[in-house]
Design a protein around this ligand. Structure first.
Ligand code: HEC
Length: 121
């Protein structure tokens, strides 16, 4: 009886150990784009992050598809001389002041698009 009991306890302990495999949280890998980033990809981000909900008008900025390029340029939100200082990049970045932010991957895409010359491509 005592033996059966200890076997049961060992089996239970083994089960506990095997079911508690440690799975570390892995940060999603950020891909640095090597190809040209199209402005269509950037407009998709504005829709994906629901920026367009406030930005047909908020801050005088229209980020809705078809209108966003002209609005970004007329608000001087892109700095081609110093891309990392572009307001379109810094304000909604993870370290930025905006309440709504890009994901880490989207942040990289926006910066790359600016570094590539911020074309309406
Ligand atoms: C809840 C409403 C709201 C959402 C959602 C929102 N914004 Fe804004 N945004 C504002 C308001 C209001 C301002 C103006 C006040 C300020 O500059 O903080 C602003 C300002 C900005 C500015 C600065 C404009 C300028 O001329 O200086 C940028 C750039 C911007 N938003 C980008 C974005 C992006 C990109 C997203 C999506 C990731 C986004 N916003 C989502 C409300 C919003």
């Amino acid at each position: 009886m005592k033996r059966t009991f200890s076997i049961l306890i060992s089996a239970w302990a083994l089960f506990l150990l095997s079911s508690c495999t440690y799975e570390p949280y892995v940060e999603p890998e950020i891909v640095i784009p090597t190809d040209s980033v199209s402005f269509g990809d950037i407009e998709d981000i504005f829709v994906d992050r629901a920026c367009t909900g406030c930005h047909p008008t908020s801050g005088g900025l229209d980020l809705t598809p078809g209108n966003s390029f002209a609005s970004i340029m007329s608000n001087s939100l892109v700095n081609l001389t110093s891309p990392t200082e572009s307001i379109l990049y810094t304000k909604p970045a993870s370290s930025g002041s905006h309440s709504k932010k890009y994901t880490a991957q989207q942040e990289v895409l926006v910066l790359t698009w600016i570094q590539q010359g911020a074309h309406n491509n």
